[in-house]
Ligand binder design. Structure first.
Ligand code: NDP
Length: 291
């Protein structure tokens, strides 16, 4: 018999996780602030707990998926967590997650934090993965069940680490897609359809990640790790002037300039700090030392 699992929080993510556990044969108990959301899962064989305390009592593994960590406090306040491994996969800041670890310990349980790197339809699909951090010995007995959601990617004992990885990835994801939308709007203002731009954007994205001569991510990482920024072929000053033109182009097109302006300002702060003749990788210094 598969181990029992409790899922607290039945938004799109929690509901998909509960469904996945059920599909894999785990006796699954669910609880949600709005109980009606459990109906389709109950139809699939889940047990709806009357209270959060009942849900926690049902399984050693308690997976939490809610909008934030405050929701966990609201849901589990006064609930004894003795002998429970609470795996919270909700979004929160690293310090918030560390404080949550103390709160869960204070209530008798052990907290493991996680950041899910796929949207709900990706749960349990090939390529999906979840960053976990915290006490690995508490995670170990549940790795098999959790692997059904996505690859278990343990990143360290510091409870804040899963969130640091998650947020680093999210910022990369959001800023990249937002920059793409900026291009769509900029070209769109001149009557160019998005589908015309898409293949060019796709080429740039693959050049960013490739291992070939254009492998920007690879080169940038090497420069940052070696603490060198050779700017003889493309200086930061040249790129800061180019970034001014991106802002101007957005202004001329009548589209939002806030994103390009933030980028342009970052580059000029690097130039003003003395990195004008260095390469783009010197911008890491400005990022590490906020104004
Ligand atoms: P939401 O972030 O909208 O979370 C909804 C859930 O939070 C519901 O179960 C809701 O209960 C519960 N909730 C909110 N406030 C409270 C509260 N004060 N007390 C108790 N429960 C509360 O939906 P998702 O399912 O999409 O996301 C869940 C988590 O997963 C989030 O932290 C999100 O950042 C993360 N995530 C989501 C992804 C996605 O693509 N959806 C991708 C990766 C991570 P109720 O139904 O009663 O309102």
């Amino acid at each position: 018999m598969n181990s029992s699992v409790t899922v607290i929080g039945l938004g799109p993510m929690g509901a998909t996780m509960a469904k996945t556990f059920l599909k894999n044969g785990h006796p699954t108990t669910v609880w949600n602030r709005t109980a009606s959301k459990a109906a389709p899962l109950v139809d699939d064989g889940a047990t709806l707990a009357a209270t959060a305390a009942d849900a926690v009592a049902a399984s050693e593994l308690v997976v939490v998926s809610q909008i934030d960590y405050q929701a966990m406090y609201d849901s589990l306040k006064g609930v004894g967590l003795e002998g429970r491994v609470v795996v919270n996969l909700s979004s929160g800041s690293p310090d918030e997650l560390r404080r949550a670890g103390e709160w869960v310990s204070g209530n008798g349980g052990v907290l493991v934090t996680g950041g899910i790197m796929v949207p709900p339809p990706g749960i349990g699909q090939p390529g999906s993965y979840v960053f976990y951090s915290g006490p690995e010995e508490a995670l170990d007995p549940h790795k098999e069940a959790l692997a059904e959601l996505g690859d278990v990617t343990f990143v360290g004992t510091d409870l804040g680490l899963s969130s640091l990885y998650y947020q680093s990835q999210l910022y990369l994801f959001w800023s990249t897609l937002t920059a793409y939308m900026h291009g769509v709007a900029l070209l769109g203002a001149a009557g160019v359809p998005a589908q015309r731009f898409r293949p060019f954007a796709a080429t740039t994205l693959s050049e960013l990640t490739g291992d070939g001569p254009m492998g920007f991510l690879k080169h940038l990482t090497e420069e940052i790790e070696a603490d060198i920024s050779p700017g003889d072929e493309n200086s930061l000053r040249m790129q800061a002037v180019g970034a001014d033109h991106v802002v101007e182009a957005a202004r001329e097109a009548g589209i939002d300039v806030a994103g390009p302006t933030a980028l342009r300002d970052l580059f000029w702060r690097g130039v003003d700090a003395g990195d004008g003749a260095n390469s783009l990788s010197s911008v890491i210094n400005v990022i590490r030392r906020p104004a």
